[in-house]
Ligand binder design. Structure first.
Ligand SMILES: Cc1cc2nc3c(=O)[nH]c(=O)nc-3n(C[C@H](O)[C@H](O)[C@H](O)COP(=O)(O)OP(=O)(O)OC[C@H]3O[C@@H](n4cnc5c(N)ncnc54)[C@H](O)[C@@H]3O)c2cc1C
Length: 517
């Protein structure tokens, strides 16, 4: 029988095991990335001994926690930053990035379906919901762009159900809060009903709960990895139990650093060439939250607006219906704020200063100089008053009342800065590996949790290629992610996939697989 999240977390060891262990695979961090990699590897090769070390007292309490991210299943349906405005006004909109994100998210959905039907994540109602994804714009030039974007997207099989409207009565039906109390300003929106809201924290806990119950696998909370060094053909880690302060060593031939904001310092400790010159750029977030039932009951979508000028690749604000801690509520934001911490809960203000090295100072300075406009935007965001946040909310929801909203902290995105980027900031995610493939780490935070299955797949393809070459391994991976060896970004493959699977328009197909509400 499956365990509830709380009873599952009680099973995690919070004391150091007496005998020293030598797992085959050691995962640092108990967030969505380690959860996917651990679960996928164990299914691929059930003989693998896997250990997970999480510093915090509970699993997935950092960026993967429901409150700390927007919970958007990023599929390119509503995020306007994935379809940049054309260089020439009236030109075609490039949808390459939106198609790519959709294809990557589809691999996550495939894996989640597998996880539900095979008991790895047995409670889909706890982690995924169907929520329409809308893009919302104001003003004639933005409407022209949205129309052109819709025209470009709707011809692709992935986006064939996307609707566009500039009609007030239709908009009112789709999203009444955004229309009521608005003057005659022209507005428009697109809508895709097959969007999703995902509680990545709950999904992580389900997957890690399953992993921790498998033979030769253990998941430890309250255990911080403090040091990482070469040992023979693999790695030796120092792990400190946070409660007792006791430390011990663990050796493993393969290590994955899935420590979110804590990844950079650990990667720096490896001394690998890939870490040389790496710097970090943390951006914290905040949400306005509304729990007034009368307001909450009137908004049933995720509505993404245009990214503000100067915000670079950070993306636009959005007004979302969310389901957190068993409650329906609205979140608006994120508002960016300055921080020098790399982790929301267990980070320290000294994280950024401690990450400075002679080899990354130039990278940081060059990034600051290249992104003066973004830096100015972040300073403005950090200096926002309650009134200016309310003004931003009222651009979406004109009749919003200050009393209905409170400000809460979201998670922290730590973007890795590389020498090779010459000061450019992409806010992407990137898997880096040791040359001998004994270690992999995930840098960056966007599109983040939505593409965690594809990130795990990338680590497996790079570091465990032999496991996929055996007939059993190949068949197992095909079962977990049927399109793992197909390129769905190619139009023909996408069209064929949509024709055969018929599942694009059904975000809850995996919930039904789990026979949930
Ligand atoms: C404001 C905001 C909004 C976002 N919105 C979305 C969204 O809508 N959709 C989406 O897909 N993604 C979104 N993301 C990104 C997404 O949340 C992250 O990409 C994802 O959760 C990262 O998962 P992770 O497992 O790598 O890291 P985390 O969830 O941060 O997990 C890392 C874990 O490692 C632990 N750790 C750190 N250091 C150590 C150590 N030394 N030893 C042991 N353990 C350690 C931490 O305690 C933590 O639990 C958003 C992020 C933010 C900040």
């Amino acid at each position: 029988m499956s365990l509830s999240a709380s009873s599952a977390s009680r099973r995690y060891r919070s004391v150091l095991p007496m005998a020293s262990s030598t797992p085959d695979v050691l995962l640092i961090g108990g967030g969505i990335m380690s959860a996917h990699l651990g679960a996928m590897l164990k299914r691929l090769d059930p003989r693998l001994a896997i250990e997970v070390y999480e510093a915090a007292p509970e699993l997935a309490g950092e960026s993967s926690e429901g409150w700390n991210n927007a919970g958007t299943g990023h599929a390119g349906l509503c995020e306007l930053n994935y379809t940049p405005p054309p260089a020439v006004a009236g030109g075609p909109v490039d949808v390459t990035k939106a198609v790519e994100i959709f294809a990557r998210f589809e691999q996550s959905r495939q894996f989640w379906s597998y996880a539900v039907t095979h008991g790895l994540a047995p409670r889909p109602a706890g982690f995924i919901r169907a929520v329409p994804h809308l893009s919302f714009v104001r003003g004639e030039s933005h409407i022209a762009f949205l129309r052109a974007r819709h025209t470009a997207l709707v011809t692709h099989p992935f986006f064939r159900t996307m609707e566009f409207t500039a009609e007030r009565d239709v908009l009112h039906r789709w999203t009444p809060l955004l229309v009521e109390g608005r003057g005659t300003e022209p507005i428009a929106a697109t809508k895709v009903d097959a969007g999703t809201d995902v509680n990545f924290g709950e999904l992580s806990r389900q997957l890690l709960g399953w992993l921790g119950a498998q033979d030769d696998c253990r998941v430890f909370t309250g255990h911080r990895v403090t040091q990482l060094r070469r040992a023979g053909a693999g790695w030796e880690l120092t792990v400190r139990q946070t409660e007792s302060g006791e430390s011990r060593s663990v050796r493993a031939p393969f290590v994955f650093i899935g420590a979110g904001g804590g990844t950079l310092p650990l990667l720096q400790a490896t001394g690998l060439p890939v870490a040389r010159g790496l710097g970090a750029f943390p951006v914290a977030g905040q949400w306005l939250v509304c729990e007034n039932p009368a307001v909450v009951a009137r908004h049933f979508a995720k509505v993404y607006g245009s990214p503000p000028r100067d915000s670079g690749a950070l993306g636009g604000p959005h007004l979302d219906v969310r389901h957190l801690q068993g409650k329906r509520m609205l979140l608006f934001g994120p508002f960016a704020t300055w921080t020098t911490k790399f982790l929301h809960r267990t980070g320290r203000v000294t994280d950024l200063p401690s990450s400075l090295r002679p080899d990354n100072l130039a990278t940081l300075l060059r990034t600051g100089l290249h992104n003066r406009v973004l830096v100015r935007f972040l300073v403005q965001q950090a200096l926002q008053s309650p009134e200016s946040r309310l003004r931003a909310l009222r651009e979406f929801y004109p009749e919003a009342r200050a009393d209905d909203w409170r400000l809460v902290d979201a998670g922290i995105r730590v973007q890795a800065l590389k020498k090779a980027d010459a000061g450019r900031l992409s806010f992407g995610t990137e898997v880096v590996t040791a040359p001998d493939r004994t270690l992999a780490a995930l840098l960056g935070a966007s599109p983040g949790a939505s593409v965690s299955a594809q990130i795990a797949l990338q680590v497996i393809t790079t570091c465990f290629p032999d496991r996929l070459r055996t007939p059993d391994g190949y068949a197992q991976m095909k079962a977990m992610i049927p399109t793992f060896d197909l390129d769905l970004t190619q139009f023909e493959s996408a069209a064929d996939y949509v024709r055969r699977s018929g599942r694009i328009d059904d975000p809850l197909e995996l919930r039904r697989a789990g026979r949930c509400e």
